[in-house]
Design a protein around this ligand. Structure first.
Ligand code: PLP
Length: 432
């Protein structure tokens, strides 16, 4: 058994001044409680009790180059010497935008923000302003940040409670939401193009945007069915609707051009955050000129004191430069698939009904009788308590996985890391 004594003591101290001791709701749900870390290096992270973990959380995704990548740290340190924030422009900001423009199919024009949540809201504003319509269509189980109008459809008491597929019930994730905010969106199960087609036929005159994670990574890790993204693309083009790809997870992870380059479907607007800058606070709303020109013309206002500060821009440029130089995506797919296969074998050997689904650079494990999941409703068949036991037991053995069963592969994970994770999983699966 690991000891978490020092973390437990720090948590007690933190709780006196930080609400429940943390700065983000998700950090509460670590094993066995919120933990305090001292440092991270490469594929490893260390807590205050001296425990070492092989890290597949990558801090919820951003650390595509692993912890403390030397080239990122060097770029941040050097560029920060010149200043931190100018309330004005600087050269590297153009270089970064030029780079994204070159790599990402939809990125004709962009603005930088601080995180995914606010970039999503900016995209909605652009879509409403351009189309003159009010609602956005979104999908059950997709996470688009924690703001009022997207704080729905991500938690639910049961699959029955969701009701009909045509007109699902939605449940708020939090109290304190303004009345009527749920009228801003229409929600549907994902991966069902016929249902989207029917809804757009009936209500397209109200819909300004369709927003989707191109791969659903926030509940399970589910690929779009063949033709689904193209179907959305066609419907949006035909009905004056903005297609928004929320690439907060898929961006830089599936390819340097994101899921849109990987699948060959170009949205009107897209959101990038997480892996863009190795853990520094920068995101981008990028899009086709005909949409983004509303910001250019100041018909849509986007602002932010802290946007595109020197350290964050330097971190993004350095991260992308390493990715371009090392071209790790093929390796990340290979290692991810090797780990997925190893976990499946370990589950078969130990007689566990563990489903391993995803693309390689990210994938999810769940305990479920279902053989393939297509949408959020399918994921609700999984045994969450058992997943909790698995993730906790892996943690005890020094392998850190995101609590909802999501695994991220970085450019610095090695074949040995993958073997360690497989051996550990087999041991753990035999115990739980
Ligand atoms: C797909 C997706 N969109 C948006 C967000 C919100 O991004 P942020 O946490 O940077 O505000 C997240 C965060 O996990 C996400 O996974």
């Amino acid at each position: 058994m690991k000891t978490y004594q020092k973390s437990a003591e720090l948590l007690e101290r933190a709780k006196k001044v930080l609400a429940s001791g943390v700065s983000s709701e998700f950090r509460k749900y670590n094993h066995p409680h919120a933990l305090f870390y001292t440092h991270g290096r490469g594929s490893r992270i260390y807590d205050v009790d001296g425990n070492e973990y092989l890290d597949f959380t990558l801090s919820q995704g951003p650390l595509i180059l692993g912890h403390s990548h030397p080239e990122v740290l060097k770029a941040v340190a050097e560029y920060s010497q010149e200043g931190q924030l100018f309330a004005g422009q600087h050269i590297k900001e153009i270089e970064l935008a030029e780079k994204l423009n070159q790599l990402i199919p939809s990125a004709e024009l962009m603005r930088f923000c601080l995180d995914g949540s606010e970039a999503v809201q900016t995209a909605f504003r652009v879509a409403r302003a351009k189309t003159g319509k009010q609602k956005f269509l979104r999908f059950e189980g997709h996470y688009h940040g924690w703001m009022d109008n997207v704080c729905w459809g991500i938690s639910t008491p049961s699959v029955e409670a969701l009701g009909s597929r045509e007109q699902p019930n939605v449940f708020p994730w939090t109290q304190g939401l303004p009345e009527g905010v749920e009228n801003e969106f229409i929600i549907l199960p994902w991966n069902d193009i016929e249902l989207v087609r029917k809804t757009v036929a009936e209500r397209g005159h109200e819909i300004a945007a369709i927003i989707t994670e191109p791969v659903m990574c926030n509940n399970g890790c589910i690929e779009p069915k063949p033709g689904f993204l193209q179907g959305l693309r066609d419907l949006c083009s035909e009905n004056d609707i903005a297609l928004i790809f929320d690439e907060v997870i898929t961006g830089f992870r599936l390819s340097l051009g994101g899921a849109q380059a990987y699948f060959g479907i170009t949205p009107d607007l897209s959101i990038f955050a997480k892996a863009i800058a190795s853990g520094y606070a920068i995101s981008a709303i990028a899009g086709k000129y005909e949409w983004m020109q509303l910001i250019e013309q100041a018909k849509v206002i986007h602002a932010g004191t802290m946007n595109a500060g020197n350290p964050t821009v330097a971190a993004a440029l350095a991260t992308i430069s390493v990715l371009e130089k090392e071209q790790p995506h093929e390796r990340m797919f290979r290692l991810g698939k090797m780990l997925m296969a190893g976990l499946q074998q370990a589950a078969a050997k130990t007689g566990q009904a563990m489903l391993v689904e995803g693309m390689g650079p990210m994938f999810a494990t769940s305990f479920t009788p279902i053989e393939k999941t297509n949408d959020y409703r399918d994921t609700l068949a999984a045994d969450k308590a058992k997943l909790g036991k698995f993730v906790a037991a892996m943690h005890e053995e020094g392998v850190r996985v995101i609590g909802r069963g999501l695994w991220y592969i970085s450019a610095v994970h090695t074949d040995e890391d993958i073997e360690t994770a497989i051996i550990t999983a087999e041991k753990v699966l035999a115990q739980i």
